[in-house]
Write a protein that binds this ligand. Structure first.
Ligand code: CMX
Length: 422
């Protein structure tokens, strides 16, 4: 920074200021980087590479998210023993204090699962090592260590919290005890109430590919911003989860399946033709709605996370009407969106496929889907938070302007231009 602090890396246009800050380079995020054409790379590795390289879960099909966490933190692909070490650590740290469940029980059962999830994470904050040690006078050079402890404890506890919400909301509070023989993703599937080993494999894949999408997306950036105030990992993640709960971001995964179910109802068939789907898509657009699961602020091609889920379905699911609808939508929607002439990316994103896989294995309560996304997202944003503490990043505080300022700026620029002409 002493040598290169003044190096210019970007220009900013008014279009970017009014247009959601797209593409402006304004933060450092170590765990992953998103290329608009290639998709996400975690520490330089594509999803296809990671499916090969990361240690796999019990059924030897899909990578364990524990291994991804190791990679995101250290930059190195872990050995099977190292990934197992993370599994064991998370097992030991997974006990959720009773008061958190009491807080959830105070909420109406029909409270949206994402609302319960963020309230649960806030309630867990009583366990923050960082908050306690900060109050005791923690020095700057030790911030990372306390944040790492928080990240490990919080990620360990999330499946229990999240499974509790699912069983409370949809299974009359019939809770399932954890199975200490299982890994983090497998145990989450078990506590949700699903024993099919293929569902466990799906969970490992799901929790791996949703973990991180560089720093600019709303959930990651929110976690980063709140973390920059030295709020601890619990408060920072809860903030990020609130951002994930928006329909233009993580909530799109529930919106996709809801939209497909409504289409099936409307058309009266689970085997619609391409033309049926095209008409339904045009109707959705004419009502001023977006087609959920399509488009992206950065990507300009089909999301590799969509493709990874499609590959899973092709490999392990013999036939399924809803999965086939998702594939037909993939054929039909991009040309329609392209024909609108304004959308920058007509391709499917991560949320376009996930619901159909979950429905296939029996997890049909779609208002829960974004919680699964949130459990996974914690892995990426909390490993980034550890690095923010290691690197001693300061409080984040970009500059805002008023439209009055913009008008004056443009007027002054016009005067200068005129003067140059003369
Ligand atoms: N269906 C219909 N219209 C769409 C569209 C879609 N799926 N995606 C974008 N558009 C429209 C936009 O609404 C915008 O219209 P206006 O100019 O009339 O406002 C226009 O196309 C240009 O948008 P864009 O620059 O291509 O896209 P943005 O970067 O502004 O927005 C996103 C990106 C994801 C919010 C948008 O594509 C969208 O709303 N998609 C549907 C919701 C969704 O799937 N979200 C999940 C994203 C992944 C995630 O974060 O989990």
């Amino acid at each position: 920074m002493k040598e290169h602090g003044n190096a210019k890396v970007d220009d900013v246009t008014l279009g970017q200021i009014y247009g959601g800050a797209r593409d402006i380079k304004m933060m450092v995020w170590e765990p992953s980087e998103l290329d608009s054409m290639e998709g996400i790379r975690f520490r330089g590795y594509s999803i296809t590479e990671l499916k090969e390289l990361l240690p796999k879960g019990a059924e030897n099909r899909e990578p364990k998210p524990e291994g991804l966490f190791w990679l995101l933190l250290t930059g190195d692909i872990p050995t099977a023993e190292e990934a197992e070490w993370v599994s064991e650590q998370w097992r030991q740290r997974s006990e959720v204090p009773a008061h958190v469940f009491r807080v959830l029980e105070a909420l109406p059962e029909e409270t949206h699962p994402m609302t319960q999830f963020t309230i649960g994470i806030n309630a867990l904050q009583s366990e923050s090592v960082f908050a306690r040690r900060y109050e005791e006078g923690l020095g700057k050079k030790d911030y990372w260590d306390a944040t790492y402890e928080d990240a490990m404890n919080l990620i360990a506890m999330l499946p229990r919290l999240a499974a509790y919400i699912y069983r409370r909301s949809f299974h009359q509070g019939n809770h399932i005890a954890p199975d200490p023989s299982l890994d983090w993703g497998g145990n989450y599937a078990h506590m949700l109430g699903f024993e099919d080993p293929y569902f466990r494999s799906l969970m490992r894949l799901y929790l791996t590919i949703h973990a991180d999408h560089e720093g600019g997306n709303a959930s990651a950036h929110t976690t980063h911003l709140v973390g920059s105030t030295l709020s601890d990992a619990y408060l920072s993640l809860a903030a990020g989860i609130n951002a994930l709960a928006g329909p233009l971001h993580g909530l799109a995964n529930q919106e996709v399946i809801k939209w497909i179910f409504e289409m099936v109802d409307d058309l009266g068939t689970t085997k619609p033709t391409g033309e049926d789907i095209a008409n339904y898509v045009r109707k959705t657009i004419s009502e001023g709605k977006v087609v959920p699961g399509y488009g992206h602020a950065v990507l300009r091609r089909p999301d590799p996370r969509f493709t990874a889920q499609m590959d899973f379905a092709k490999k392990y699911i013999a036939s399924d009407d809803i999965v086939e609808i998702v594939w037909k939508i993939f054929e039909v929607v991009p040309p329609i969106l392209q024909s609108l002439g304004k959308i920058k990316n007509p391709w499917p994103n991560v949320d376009a496929h996930s619901g159909a896989l979950l429905v296939h294995y029996g997890l049909k309560e779609y208002s829960y889907y974004t919680v699964l996304f949130g459990v996974s997202r914690a892995i990426g944003v909390l490993s980034a938070l550890c690095w923010s503490r290691v690197l001693g990043f300061p409080l984040e505080r970009p500059k805002s302007v008023t439209t009055e300022w913009v008008k004056n700026f443009l007027a002054e620029a016009a005067v200068k231009e005129e003067a140059n002409h003369n």
